[in-house]
Design a protein around this ligand. Structure first.
Ligand code: MFK
Length: 553
């Protein structure tokens, strides 16, 4: 046999992960860090095992059996091994429970676990995120009966009592625009609310509960008339007959995740609060799942980069390892710098969430969290895809070969930009957040992060924020221009915030003799912060072959 190329090896995701180590050292008291490390080490072990298992086994996907041999409707879903292990593993290591402990670091400690577990989970993290979001929305609702009933299950540390929750919003007409929801809530003769309708993307259909948007019968049109309901899906060991699984989705990626189309045919339901303003009531859930999305996108980038970096030391071409080829090394370092910015922003959101929920946040931090959540979600969602594409290219033709496990990284990464609101929906959400406070909270935070920071970074970040402020000064009457530029604005703000966070990290590391973070900052700044777009409406109309007027309505 001729030459055989050595395959890439995955380094231990926790023991070799210097960014997370540095973050926890900076942000957590030593005693808390010590208590956390055993869980992180175990989740890192699991991630390594899952990678090795995947390399020696045939890939499985979930299978739906709708009818048994005798004609009974069963809607049974067989899950992959990682999904079967999910409840045991995540309750044992308190993945969700840790995020709801009563201290300001709870969310950081939760998301450190999520970061290490996510890729190995085969997107079991998706229903976990929704369960976390449901727990948060229930707490916000103050509905004591539902809190008492569901929270002990959602936050259980015992797999036998643990429940997963779904989030049933998306319908065929009301996708991003949930105001078009057609599912109806009707009270039966006993006063019990029941849901009737069709939900088009149900990612946690194997769960025991869900939060669902529905229109109380007789309520008006639009999103304000929607209500938010809690439902349970099981009757003992049987799925309730009023919940029918129509089929599993045939998706580009996340194929281990059994996303389903479902029918609700009178499923019992309980309103969380008032029988209106369901979008407002579900917003705490959305903001939590968007934070998960950002952390998981960053974890996905970390995996792609770790494999590409390892391979660069094993693969020789033109007489030397790839890592010694200047252009290849440059490519990897560029990816690393962008990843470090995204990591810093996503984990800042995690820390802010913990402080705001615990009540220990500074006065500007609630508004800051409201803005940084969509920014982190939308930027990391796009970046994960770009980094995975680049990482596959680092393997040449092998990156295109299915059983290396690499193409799956790229296919799966596409989901982060779509889930929980597309890039454009999230850019408009950032405008919603900015409408309250403008750039005030962000400027206050950036000034604090940049204290004692590198002068070049201060200059570049201030210039980017000033340019963003000019765009925000668009007269309110010209809403079309503001919206057309919303993505460029959001990306500029995300990059500026990330640069300031990298500067903070660089200053902290410098005092410990570590020059790495400063290199990440320099490289990140070199890629530029400004992403404001040319939004000339006449040009847009010409390029799209439509009248200018139709763009302004
Ligand atoms: C591994 C990682 C896992 C991650 C989880 C993966 C799960 C994947 C499954 C899914 O993807 S489920 C589908 C997710 N769908 C979405 O995220 C919907 C995307 N669409 C939007 O976000 C729209 O912008 C929105 C539905 C919110 C528009 O609804 P409306 O009702 O037309 O918006 P409106 O009228 O501006 O807002 C209604 C209220 O909600 C307002 O409050 P008030 O009534 O007090 O004025 C808003 O301020 C409030 N609101 C909206 N978004 C908010 C928010 N409040 C706080 N935070 C937000 N993000």
């Amino acid at each position: 046999m001729g030459f055989l190329q050595a395959a890439p090896q995955l380094p231990h995701p926790w023991r070799s992960e210097h960014l997370l180590h540095a973050l926890l050292e900076r942000a957590l008291p030593a005693a808390r860090r010590g208590a956390l490390e055993a869980d992180l080490d175990a989740l890192g072990d699991y991630a390594l095992m899952a990678w090795q298992r995947a390399s020696i086994s045939t890939r499985r996907t979930p299978v739906l059996t709708q009818w048994d041999a005798w004609g009974r409707r069963v809607d049974r879903i067989e899950l992959t091994a990682a999904w079967q292990e999910g409840a045991q593993l995540t309750t044992r290591h308190a993945v969700l429970a840790s995020g709801h402990e009563d201290h300001e670091h709870a969310r950081l400690e939760e998301f450190a676990r999520v970061y290490l577990y996510h890729v190995a989970s085969e997107f079991y993290t998706c229903p976990l995120a929704m369960t976390d979001g449901a727990a948060t929305a229930l707490k916000t609702s103050g509905n004591r009966a539902l809190i008492g009933r569901a929270l002990p299950h959602f936050l259980s540390r015992d797999a036998d009592t643990f429940w997963l929750s779904g989030q049933w919003m998306t319908e065929t007409q009301g996708g991003s625009d949930v105001g078009h929801t057609e599912t109806v809530a009707r009270q039966d003769a006993d006063g019990q609310w029941r849901l009737y309708g069709r939900k088009w993307f149900s990612s946690a259909v194997v769960g025991e509960a869900a939060l669902a948007l529905a229109r109380p019968e007789g309520a008006g049109d639009g999103s304000g008339a929607l209500a938010l309901f809690y439902v349970e899906t099981m009757d003992g060991a049987q799925r309730r007959p009023e919940l029918v699984i129509d089929r599993l989705k045939d998706k580009l990626g996340t194929q281990e995740l059994p996303t389903a189309e479902i029918h609700l045919d009178g499923l019992p339901a309980w309103p969380l609060g008032e029988l209106a303003n369901g979008v407002r009531q579900v917003a705490p859930m959305l903001n939590v799942t968007r934070s998960w999305n950002a952390i998981c996108a960053v974890a996905h980038m970390a995996r792609a980069i770790a494999l590409a970096r390892d391979y660069a030391g094993r693969r020789e071409a033109f007489g030397r390892p790839l890592i010694e080829q200047p252009l290849h090394a440059q490519t990897l370092a560029d990816m690393q710098a962008e990843f470090e910015g995204a990591f810093a922003l996503a984990f800042e959101v995690a820390q802010l969430l913990g402080r705001v929920e615990h009540g220990s946040a500074a006065p500007h931090e609630a508004a800051l969290l409201r803005l940084l959540t969509p920014l982190a979600k939308l930027w990391t969602g796009k970046l994960a895809l770009r980094i995975c594409s680049e990482a596959l290219e680092c393997f040449g033709g092998q990156g295109y070969i299915e059983d290396t496990g690499l193409p799956q990284l790229l296919r799966d990464a596409q989901v982060y930009a779509i889930w929980e609101g597309t890039t454009n929906v999230l850019s408009l959400d950032a405008l919603r957040a900015l409408a309250v406070d403008g750039l005030g909270a962000l400027r206050t935070a950036v000034a604090a992060w940049l204290q004692g920071g590198d002068a070049h970074a201060v200059f570049a970040i201030d210039a980017a924020l000033d340019a963003a402020a000019s765009h925000l000064d668009t007269p309110p009457a010209d809403r079309a221009t503001l919206e057309a530029g919303a993505r460029g604005l959001a990306l500029t703000l995300a990059r500026s915030a990330a640069a300031a966070l990298l500067a903070r990290q660089a200053a902290w590391a410098h005092s410990r003799g570590d020059a790495r973070p400063a290199a990440a900052l320099r490289r990140f700044l070199g890629h530029g912060l400004l992403r404001l777009a040319d939004t000339d409406a006449d040009d847009t109309a010409l390029l799209l072959g439509c009248g200018r007027g139709s763009l302004l309505k």
